[in-house]
Design a protein around this ligand. Structure first.
Ligand code: NAD
Length: 296
């Protein structure tokens, strides 16, 4: 199958590589051509624009930072939609909001293009190992038709319902994980200041009801003061903001989520937007005067 892929950053490069390895013809575009270097060396074809990628493809995927980037790449000037032909399909793998994908779908439907939201979860490790959860919203027949390609990206592709259902499912997931990240920083700084070593706390919680995926990043992350990005604070702030905005739009009270969002904004204002999302804990470290790391 002829597959187009736009946005080959931390996540996209792995997903695109796995599609290529699956035997498909891959055409790629990114505003940063260097990001596509490895894929080109593996046999992918470079497209000069999103439109050119669309013209060469039966199905196109995007993995872009923010909703406004997705909108620009799809319906902006020279965008994907201007190059896609009737009967083709477009899946957005980025984390965005349901209203963005619905606006894009209007433009797609006018051209006979099926538009689906398909955000992913599982981090850069999951992207590399093709073990992502892919949460898909949109036309079920199109989902079924392209499921073999989705299965090259992750081993947990699931149909969530109508258009926007994947986006909502992903926002719910990230709101939980990222808010827990803030709570973890408060719990650990309190426990350490009370005299218990961070490693002991980690082991106690690991075997107890407080164990979470967010905490399992501690040994290779904050315990080693390792904030190398895989998933950046800027993207975390965006995701929690998408959730609180959706709550506002729907008049759902979400006090705790809005507090968590402020903590990510604090981290951005400290200049840590490009660090790993776990760096949000540094805000609490500064406030409490405690570092979250085991004793030597
Ligand atoms: P990234 O910033 O590493 O990659 C985005 C890529 O898109 C970059 O290569 C960038 O050059 C390119 N790009 C930006 N604007 C563009 C444009 N207008 N046209 C073409 N290319 C453009 O981000 P990422 O970490 O790979 O995340 C991508 C998406 O996946 C985001 O929506 C993010 O929230 C989501 N996500 C990330 C992770 C993670 O662990 N990093 C996990 C799950 C979901």
């Amino acid at each position: 199958m002829k597959v187009g892929f736009i946005g080959v950053g931390f996540m996209g490069r792995h997903m695109a590589r796995n599609i290529l390895k699956g035997g498909h013809d891959l055409t790629v575009f990114d505003i940063n051509k260097d990001a596509a270097e490895e894929l080109l060396s593996l046999g992918a074809t470079w497209a000069a624009s999103p439109r050119a990628a669309a013209q060469a493809s039966e199905v196109v995927f995007t993995s872009l930072p923010r909703p406004q980037d997705v909108e620009e790449v799809t319906t902006g000037e020279g965008g994907l939609m201007s190059g896609m032909s009737s009967g083709t399909a477009y899946f957005d793998l980025s984390t965005t909001d349901p209203s963005t994908i619905k606006r894009i779908a209007e433009a797609g439907n006018a051209r006979g293009v099926q538009v689906l939201d398909a955000p992913v979860s599982g981090g850069t490790g999951g992207a590399e190992a093709a073990t992502l959860c892919v949460m898909v919203g949109g036309d079920k027949d199109t989902y079924d038709k392209f499921k073999p390609v989705l299965d090259l990206i992750g081993d947990k592709a699931m149909y969530c319902g109508g258009l926007g259902s994947g986006a909502v499912s992903k926002i719910v997931n990230n709101l939980i994980g990222l808010s827990v990240g803030v709570l973890l920083s408060e719990a650990f700084t309190m426990g350490i200041k009370a005299g218990v070593d961070a490693q002991t706390l980690f082991e106690a919680v690991s075997g107890s009801s407080g164990n979470t995926t967010s905490m399992r990043s501690f040994p290779n992350g904050i315990f080693q003061r390792n904030f190398d990005p895989g998933f950046q604070v800027d993207l975390a702030a965006k995701d929690v903001g998408l959730a609180t905005q959706l709550g506002r739009d729907l008049r759902v009270p979400m006090e705790m989520s809005n507090i968590a969002q402020q903590r990510y904004i604090d981290a951005q204002n400290k200049g840590w937007g490009r660090l790993a999302a776990g760096a949000v804990a540094r805000v609490q470290e500064e406030r409490s005067g405690v570092e979250i790391k085991p004793n030597e």
